[in-house]
Write a protein that binds this ligand. Structure first.
Ligand SMILES: NC(=O)C1=CN([C@@H]2O[C@H](COP(=O)(O)OP(=O)(O)OC[C@H]3O[C@@H](n4cnc5c(N)ncnc54)[C@H](OP(=O)(O)O)[C@@H]3O)[C@@H](O)[C@H]2O)C=CC1
Ligand SMILES: O=C([O-])C1=[NH+]CCC1
Length: 346
């Protein structure tokens, strides 16, 4: 059985869960909207199933949900943020308008965030920059669960890269993808649902190829997407996400003393470019032309379109949750089931 939950109601429930474990109201709202947006857009690998990880990370003391980020304005085009063991999203929110101002003034801004926990998709971080007319690129490293191409043991995170660019008269061009063959979240969902993986996604504890998600998760590892190419991109993300920001490499994430912790404590890199300084015709016009050419070449789905379709459908009709998903949420919710149901009926 399934039920439909309005986006705003889901945000309210998630915010209460965050608040119940000591997250200040404003940060709870921000994280709730971020997680509910993933669910709303069908980005299930970072939707509500992640709530237990957030809660356990906070309860274990691994992350400080009330941390106040410290912003360091180090150069005309360079901003550093120390999240101080808090979540990456409030750190980004604190620096967002300063970063936009620098990008508009100097043409570009590099924003690095360190000592930050990121358990979500990257597109919610950068899509708003493109909506504001800027080009944005972001990467974050995670935890060492991916074996570099040709290596024997995991050293890389699942390390996503996301890019967003404005396009005239249409939604921005946005892609967001793990550099491992699959996101770790999708492997967890496959295990929960008892689904075998396709070939080429992961290996077991002996380094042998396996299609069993449990064997990948329990001592095994993921492979990079696209062999040595995805592997090289993922290496770049370790360098930008950790070495440049002052954060930790994925191998340095040690949450062993924090049972249940699931939020990697690493770093995030964001590059903003103001396309107002580009040559020739305006960038957004050229981007739109390019997207039209892609469609004319027979491409039916541009990156980001599936998400936006889900968003439109789910904002109109409500987000579909299975009974199992709802029950899992209710075990975390500080509101008794009856009150939660009242929220749903409103
Ligand atoms: N915080 C962290 O440390 C980590 C976060 N993640 C997150 O996990 C999420 C999922 O990653 P991943 O599983 O690799 O993403 P997907 O493989 O599902 O999608 C990658 C990109 O390709 C696009 N796409 C998918 N299918 C098609 C298609 N048939 N035609 C055209 N475009 C297509 C998607 O658009 P669309 O969005 O519209 O589907 C998306 O932009 C990401 O949001 C990522 O940020 C991953 C690893 C670590
Ligand atoms: O799905 C994934 O690979 C991850 N999401 C957050 C940390 C790693």
């Amino acid at each position: 059985m399934t039920r439909r939950v309005q986006y705003e109601e889901l945000c309210e429930i998630l915010a209460r869960i965050f608040e119940s474990v000591g997250t200040p109201h404003d940060i709870a709202l921000l994280l709730a909207e971020n997680c509910a947006s993933c669910e709303r857009d069908g980005a299930k690998s970072h939707g509500i199933f992640r709530m237990k990880g957030y809660v356990d990370s906070i309860r274990s003391g691994w992350v400080n949900p009330a941390a106040t980020p410290r912003i360091e304005d180090v150069a005309p085009s360079f901003l550093r943020v120390d999240a101080r063991n808090g979540f990456a999203q409030p750190a980004l929110a604190a620096a967002r308008s300063l970063a936009i101002g620098k990008a508009r003034k100097t043409g570009a801004c590099i924003l690095t965030i360190r000592q930050s926990h990121h358990l979500s998709a990257l597109w919610p971080d950068i899509e708003p920059f493109a909506e504001a007319g800027l080009i944005a690129l972001s990467v974050v490293n995670s935890m060492a669960v991916t074996v570099p191409y040709g290596a024997k043991r995991p050293l890389l995170g699942t390390n996503p890269i996301a890019f967003a660019a404005p396009a005239e008269g249409r939604a921005p061009f946005v892609f967001d993808m793990a550099t491992s063959a699959w996101a770790h979240g999708d492997i967890q969902i496959a295990r929960r649902e008892g689904r075998p993986l396709p070939e080429g996604i992961g290996v077991d504890a002996d380094g042998e190829p396996t299609r069993d998600p449990a064997r990948v998760l329990d001592g095994g590892a993921l492979l990079p997407f696209g062999g040595h190419k995805g592997s090289a991109l993922s290496m770049m993300i370790e360098l930008l996400g950790a070495a440049l920001t002052g954060g930790q490499f994925s191998t340095e994430v040690d949450w062993s003393g924090y049972p249940g912790a699931a939020t990697p404590l690493t770093g995030q890199f964001i590059l903003l470019i103001d396309p107002a300084l580009s040559g020739g015709n305006p960038f957004a016009v050229r981007a739109s032309e390019f997207m039209t050419n892609l469609s004319a070449a027979g491409l039916h789905v541009l990156p980001g379109e599936r998400r936006r379709r889900n968003r439109a459908e789910n904002l109109k009709n409500g987000i579909v949750l299975t009974d199992e998903e709802w029950e899992q949420l209710m075990t975390l919710a500080p509101i008794p089931g009856e009150n939660a149901n009242a929220i749903l009926e409103r």
